[in-house]
Design a binder for this molecule. Structure first.
Ligand code: 5GP
Ligand code: MG
Length: 483
């Protein structure tokens, strides 16, 4: 068997080994120079993860080559790196930047060589039984290279007693609980699957004679691929030379539960998710928000960019002019020197600045997509008042986030969620606002009812998939990311 060639960064000593992932994935099969396309696909999915990026390409002999590192897609990949990634099969991954970082050791795709050849895995989601599975695998002699929950998939494949690779895939996937939209390769065969509740998105596209899978449709657009359909919850696809074949689906769940927070915040507005345009969904959230929480004011201002569409909806419905009264610096890097620990507004000030000419002397409605810790809104209220705003009315295009996510969205611990322990009036006071209005849960769900039912656990506390590690006491129940 040919050796696996790898180019990997050394893990920094202070890396926070969070297994938790918020990510974007792509896969290409039957596409000459597939790595170039994987690069473009990842480039368009950059919003799903800014901490690390990686691509694995597989050549005709089934040899996998990987390049992955910490950083943005455009920093990690230069022309030379892409050229070395030979083959017409490729898969890629971008990983989200969490507070403490995750370290290069946890960057994906994960690669390994086992009995059937080179194996590579790109996973978006969070396995809720990863610690349980890992304990059992370690007891059985497995040696893990990362703290990544996705690595259990590699070991489950390698240890499966089944004869064929397809059966091993079925066997490995059937052990997983929680959320996964996953793309992996065994030699030059690509597999793609979604968990049976369908928490995270995954779409299938066509590119010439080749096939593409990606987290969002914007990744199809950038390479000029045609959207074919969504990969269904529980569906397992096998793709060779661009030919897509269905394997046995996973055990069906009691219900589908696509993540509504993808529509609220995470996905790009030019993507379509679960048959809905993200832009249209956000506009409807904004319209509904205007009906639920009207207020007299001179202008509606979005907190860019994630609230642009919902603020437009609010402005359309209320008839109050939409104004670009807040500027966002798009070049804020991850490394900067904080002048003083006591300056709590520093992060927001690096990122946002109000336009005095728009807000001076006005009653303004500021629309954001969500309130998590409340840090952004607290700072923004001050900035707007300093710029002369007479009244600051905050409108949030989703309900209060009250519960941590265990299925792949990075949320802080329950105590840090401003909505978990305070009512709306208390939050309004704490943030220094003239008024505060959240979109109701029913209002949000009704606005996108054609794509539901959803997972709305972060708003409702209703968790659709078992929290195995939490229930067994392996992971703290009050945290989002399982540490
Ligand atoms: P807060 O400042 O209240 O903690 O967070 C709310 C802001 O963060 C909103 O502007 C929203 O767009 C953004 N936001 C919501 N969810 C996430 C997330 O998972 N990660 C990051 N980086 N920002 C988020
Ligand atoms: Mg935002």
């Amino acid at each position: 068997m040919k050796p696996l060639s790898t180019v990997q960064a050394i893990r920094p000593a202070d890396a926070d080994d969070r297994p938790h992932e918020e990510c974007g994935v792509v896969g290409f099969s039957g596409v000459p120079n597939a790595a170039e396309f994987a690069f473009l696909g990842l480039y368009s999915l950059q919003h799903r993860g800014q901490e690390a990026a990686g691509i694995v390409a597989v050549d005709d002999d089934g040899t996998a080559r990987v390049h992955k590192d910490l950083g943005l897609v455009s920093d990690v990949f230069g022309p030379e790196a892409i050229q070395r990634l030979v083959g017409s099969t490729a898969l890629g991954h971008v990983r989200y930047s969490t507070a403490g970082g995750g370290g290069a050791r946890n960057a994906q795709p994960i690669v390994a060589t086992y009995a059937d050849g080179d194996l590579a895995v790109s996973h978006n989601g969070n396995l809720t039984n990863a610690i349980d599975l890992r304990r059992r695998l370690v007891e059985d002699g497995a040696i893990f290279q990362s703290t990544n929950d996705s690595e259990v998939i590699v070991h489950l494949m390698a240890r499966s007693r089944h004869e064929t690779i397809d059966h091993k895939v079925d066997d490995a996937l059937s052990h997983l609980e929680g959320s996964f939209s996953i793309v992996f390769s065994v030699a030059d065969t690509l597999y793609a699957a979604r968990d049976s509740r369908g928490f995270r998105p995954l779409v299938l596209g066509r590119l010439g004679d080749g096939a593409v899978v990606a987290s969002e449709t914007c990744a199809l657009d950038i390479v000029g691929a045609d959207y074919v359909r969504d990969v269904e919850p529980g569906e397992v696809l096998k793709i060779r030379d661009g030919v897509v074949q269905n394997l046995r689906p996973l055990e069906p769940a009691d219900r589908h539960a696509p993540c509504v927070f993808e529509l609220v915040y995470f996905a790009r507005p030019d993507s379509r998710l679960w048959g809905v345009s993200v832009d249209r969904a956000r506009r409807r959230f904004g319209r509904q928000l205007a009906r639920e929480h009207p207020v007299e004011a001179e202008c509606v201002i979005p907190v860019p960019d994630s609230a642009n569409s919902s603020a437009l909806g609010y402005a359309e419905e209320s008839g109050i002019p939409y104004e670009l009264g807040l500027l966002r610096n798009h070049y804020v890097g991850r490394t900067f020197i904080k002048p003083s620990q006591a300056d709590r507004d520093f992060g927001a000030r690096m990122k946002y600045n109000p336009v005095r000419e728009v807000v001076d002397g006005k009653r303004i409605i500021v629309v954001d997509d969500s309130l998590v810790r409340g840090t952004t809104s607290r700072s923004l209220a001050k900035f707007f008042r300093n710029a002369g705003a007479k009244e600051v009315h905050m409108r949030i295009a989703s309900p209060p986030v009250q519960h941590p996510c265990f299925y792949g969205i990075d949320m802080p611990s329950r105590e840090e969620l401003i909505g978990s322990s305070r009512d709306v009036q208390q939050i309004r006071e704490e943030l220094g606002l003239d008024s505060l209005g959240y979109l109701s849960l029913d209002g949000m769900l009704d606005a996108v009812s054609e794509a539901g039912p959803f997972c709305d656990a972060c708003f409702s506390g209703d968790y659709p998939a078992p929290l195995v590690d939490v229930d067994k006491g392996f992971a703290p129940g009050n945290r989002g990311p399982i540490c």
